[in-house]
Design a protein around this ligand. Structure first.
Ligand code: PLP
Length: 411
């Protein structure tokens, strides 16, 4: 008799984007002539950098010849990519990362989702609220939580509210936790944690023998000097933090797939007998058992962004999105709305006017301005009363959407 993993039954349906699509379709059928602009996109829209395309074409040609064909590669990634990652993102900033501390993968969603496997099944998980749903859902699937309560929170999970009141810098947990997920710059709020705020978390993790799971998928969007690009910029983080990075938002690899995880060998956790073990060795074991490496062709495309020309091309694409972010942020502030994010991240998190529920604001924005965004409530209970717009659209659409919101939205 095969029984299912009943933890899966605790998860609600993938309600958020399905409900957005349903409401947009209903509006469209009632107003077939309305020109709807989508500022809810969580995906890049610009094509891959030319350097990546060239490198991938060359890699395809290598695959066509017996002499240069490649079969299975190292599970952890090719040295040419790992060395380029270390040089550009760590060594050149004075940060020490060794080759066997970097694990190349098919993206951060997999890594952020799979990392929980190497922790005990009774570990206590802390997540910020609102949050990128992967951290929470994968722990629900693994049985680290109880049921979903009427308040929208899973039993046993420690939620860390991130709101306007605390400047989107959550307070330390009020009870002991073991795994702490932090995303900076943040999706969905677009906000960041300062060096001082992050130092607080590193100190907490060191004192409480916890591990920080630091998602830096948007590191390349940081413009302000006080926001760390890597958690390893903080003293002591090499003993308590794992860092996730991705080529998706940095270089348009959302469909091409490449990311990496850094696990310093000095990050350890206890076995029940009290002995301490490096998490690097556990992840290495998991990676080589369950993963067979990212495609050689893709790794060549990813490595190309670390050339001088590649860095220029990537910066140009990010600048394009960040100009969209500026247009949205300034346009909505001028309307008197409270707007957060959009300075170090391609997300703008706005407070709905007059405390309106986020789904009510969704309908209002769609009806009055024909603009689609994402209701904050979909990212966690503390997202209620907020709304996410993204800077990943085209320039013309972004400008048109903001102009329309300013003319037509009654706030
Ligand atoms: C987009 C995103 C990622 C990256 O996912 P990939 O699987 O690498 O495409 C990771 N974390 C957050 C918060 C994201 O928004």
């Amino acid at each position: 008799m095969a029984y299912i993993n009943e933890n899966y039954l605790k998860l609600p349906g993938n309600y958020l984007f399905a409900e957005v699509a349903r409401r947009v379709a209903a509006f469209r059928s009632e107003h077939p002539d309305a020109e709807i602009i989508r500022l809810g996109i969580g995906d890049v829209t610009l094509p891959l950098p030319a350097v990546s395309i060239e490198a991938m074409h060359a890699a395809v040609d290598e695959m066509a010849k017996k002499e240069t064909f490649r079969g299975y590669g190292p599970e952890q990634g090719y040295d040419f990519l790992i060395d380029a990652i270390i040089e550009r993102n760590y060594a050149s900033h004075g940060l020490k990362v060794e080759r066997d501390e970097v694990f190349v993968s098919d993206g951060s969603k997999s890594d952020c989702g799979n990392i929980q496997e190497i922790f005990s099944s009774d570990a206590v998980v802390a997540i910020t609220d609102p949050v990128y749903p992967v951290y929470l859902d994968t722990n629900v699937m693994a049985g680290r939580t109880g049921a979903l309560g009427a308040d929208g929170r899973f039993e046993g999970v420690v939620y860390l509210p991130s709101t306007e009141e605390n400047g989107f810098a959550p307070a330390l947990p009020d009870r002991p936790v073991d795994m702490i997920y932090l995303c900076c710059p943040n999706n969905p709020t677009g906000t960041t944690l300062s060096r001082a705020e992050l130092a607080k978390w590193v100190a907490y993790a060191r004192e409480n023998d916890a591990v920080i799971l630091f998602d830096a998928a948007y590191a390349a969007y940081i413009t302000e000097p006080d926001v760390p690009r890597s958690i390893y910029e903080l003293d002591g983080a090499r003993d308590v933090a794992i860092e996730f990075r991705s080529f998706s938002k940095t270089a348009g690899f959302t469909g091409t797939r490449c990311g990496y995880t850094v696990i310093p060998k000095s990050v350890t956790a206890k076995a029940k007998d009290g002995s301490r073990h490096p998490l690097n060795a556990l992840w290495s074991r998991r990676h080589s058992t369950k993963f067979n490496g990212t495609a050689y062709i893709v790794q060549r495309g990813a490595a190309a962004i670390y050339t001088d020309e590649g860095q220029k091309q990537v910066a140009a694409n990010i600048a394009y999105y960040m100009e969209n972010a500026r247009i949205i942020r300034e346009g909505l502030s001028a309307l008197g709305l409270s707007v957060f994010g959009g300075v170090n991240a391609p997300y703008i998190w706005l407070k709905t006017p007059k405390g309106m529920p986020s789904w009510t604001f969704f309908d209002k924005l769609l009806r009055e301005a024909n603009v689609v965004g994402t209701p904050g409530a979909g990212f966690g209970p503390c997202g209620e009363g907020y709304f996410r717009l993204t800077a990943f659209g085209g320039r013309e659409d972004t400008e048109k959407a903001v102009a329309r919101i300013r003319e037509k939205l009654h706030v």
